[in-house]
Ligand binder design. Structure first.
Ligand code: ME8
Length: 521
């Protein structure tokens, strides 16, 4: 059941349906979409999963507070996530809901397998529970003996019959896995945090609740109807039930995941509980768990419960979806936190996108129109500009490893070097002087150099800017797909003879903040 190297399975967290999406959710989903688009373009058989996490006490309480049934409420909010991703053109292959019948069947199957192999036993749970984080905490971790160490809210004391998963039995196996796989958790600094935590000792995990109903029931064979499954056991299983685990197994050949993308808030669940569950189920470990940092406002984590969120739809509507995508991925080193500001977004649009990329395309359109009636012939590019071609190739070669090492900001930084090579070449060789001096062959070669640099950059930028880059490709009379990726990037070939189409400027200058409401400038 091992996924071959021609397959790539990429996931986002499944988001809670207790409120609408903010830019933190959009960030994770956009990174995953970027990876999925790159995977597909490079010819990998790709499966990209996202969805919603709909069970648990928090959702049950939110629904009650709004006078709705849990199912009605989950249906409503789940649809707002799905609509947002559809409007954003997110290229997911499946949108899973934990209320899907197949998913629930798969979770019950998993419970049964873990129970039958002796990893689950029944006892009494006595301790503290944070409903907001859906997490149990030992007394030693509470703040002032009462408050949640993650979100600061008061915890509730729970004493109830519960099934437990023998997490403690997996401590050594987990440590061996982290040890043998130095990049299983990215960025690597996060892996060290996880190792320290696990070395501190693992307690068995309570995996069922009896004080509410909104969850997956235990397998019928256990004949214990008052229990529902702990929401994190239910939720984590989505990564395999989406492939048919426990039902038709139809897509299990995508397992193991190439990468589970998550925020650092849920690293412990993914890097400790999830691998332990997988070990118990006899399934392979994911290749990478990649945890990014938080988007903050005024230094505070943006979150639904704090009410300090920025609406991604409003930002994308005001500034353009691709510009927003570029900004998020370029602005913050993966793993670090970033404060959202319109000023930083506007700077990126005007400078990186407008000046470096948009103006280069305008210069090319102008130059090829004025001197060559829009024609490009690349025959002599390497004769005159081999140094520039070599510089461009050196940058492009670095890109793919950076992307899958989750250094996406560096990917984009490196991708801007060829643009700088192109802009400098125009300034240095001056096509207008070449033409004045009758060196038409050199001027045409320069035209070809610039056009080809733009073509190559647009291919590699496409996964981040999937709306704009096809427009650049149209202006250069080619299309972005596996064939052009292969020829322009892998084989380092050039587009040979083609025409340049005039298109309107892609990045009109933004003069002032476009969102007037309470978003920091
Ligand atoms: O935790 N900055 O769902 P959730 C960046 N259902 N990313 C953020 C963010 C912020 N301020 N806030 C949220 C859950 N995110 C569980 C997951 S998975 C089996 C179950 C993103 O709705 C980030 O990806 O609270 C974070 O991990 C996720 O949303 C949490 O979403």
């Amino acid at each position: 059941m091992s996924s071959s190297c021609h397959k790539a399975y990429i996931t986002t967290p499944i988001y809670y349906v207790n409120d609408i999406a903010h830019i933190g959710h959009a960030y994770t989903t956009i990174i995953a979409d970027t990876l999925a688009r790159y995977s597909r373009m490079s010819g990998l058989d790709t499966f990209f999963l996202t969805g919603t996490d709909e069970h648990g006490q928090k959702i049950e309480e939110s629904a009650k507070a709004r006078g709705k049934t849990s199912q009605e409420y989950a249906d409503e909010i789940s649809a707002t996530f799905k609509n947002l991703w559809d409007d954003f053109g997110i290229s997911y292959d499946k949108f899973i809901r934990t209320t899907d019948a197949d998913h629930m069947k798969g979770v019950q199957k998993a419970f049964k397998v873990m129970y039958d192999n002796g990893d689950i036993y029944k006892d009494v749970y006595k301790g503290h529970y944070c409903i907001s984080c859906e997490t149990f905490f030992p007394e030693s971790q509470l703040v002032d003996g009462e408050f949640c160490p993650e979100c600061g809210k008061p915890t509730t004391i729970v004493e109830e019959e519960s099934y437990f998963f023998k997490l403690s039995a997996y401590q050594d196996k987990l440590l061996a896995w982290y040890n043998d796989n130095p990049d299983c958790i990215l960025p690597k600094s996060k892996r060290n945090e996880v190792i320290r935590f696990v070395e501190g000792g693992l307690e068995d995990l309570s995996i069922t609740r009896t004080s509410f109903d909104w969850g997956v029931k235990l397998p019928e064979e256990l004949n214990d109807p008052k229990h529902v499954m702990y929401v994190w056991l239910d939720a984590l299983m989505n990564y395999v039930t989406a492939l048919g685990y426990g039902t038709d197994e139809a897509k299990m050949d995508f397992w193991p995941a190439r990468v589970h993308l998550i925020g650092k808030d849920i690293l412990r669940f993914h890097a400790i509980y999830w691998p332990a569950f997988l070990m118990s189920l006899g399934l392979e470990m994911p290749k990478h768990i990649a945890a990014h940092g938080w988007w903050t406002r005024d230094g505070e984590k943006m979150s639904k419960s704090k009410g300090n969120v920025v609406n991604p739809r409003e930002v994308a509507d005001a500034y353009g979806l691709d510009n927003f995508r570029y900004f998020m991925l370029r602005e913050v080193p993966f793993g670090g936190d970033g404060d959202f500001s319109q000023k930083a977004l506007i700077d990126r649009i005007n400078s990186d996108l407008g000046n470096d990329l948009g103006n280069l395309l305008n210069r090319l359109i102008g130059m090829s129109g004025k001197y060559f009636e829009g024609r490009v012939d690349s025959a002599n590019v390497s004769k005159y500009y081999q140094t520039e071609l070599d510089e461009v190739s050196a940058s492009l070669e670095k890109l793919e490893p950076l992307l899958f090492d989750m250094q996406i900001h560096r990917y984009l930084e490196e991708l801007w070097r060829p643009l700088s090579v192109a802009n400098k070449a125009i300034d240095k060789y001056q096509p207008w002087t070449l033409m004045k001096e009758g060196r038409e062959e050199e001027a045409m070669a320069l035209n070809g150099l610039i056009a080809n640099i733009l073509a190559k950059v647009s291919v590699m930028l496409y996964p981040v800017m999937p709306v704009i880059c096809p427009k650049i490709a149209t202006a250069l009379s080619f299309s972005i797909d596996n064939a052009s990726w292969h020829s322009l990037i892998k084989e380092k070939k050039l587009l040979e003879t083609f025409t340049i189409e005039k298109i309107p400027p892609l990045f009109p200058r933004v003069e002032e903040p476009l969102l007037k409401q309470a978003i920091p400038e």
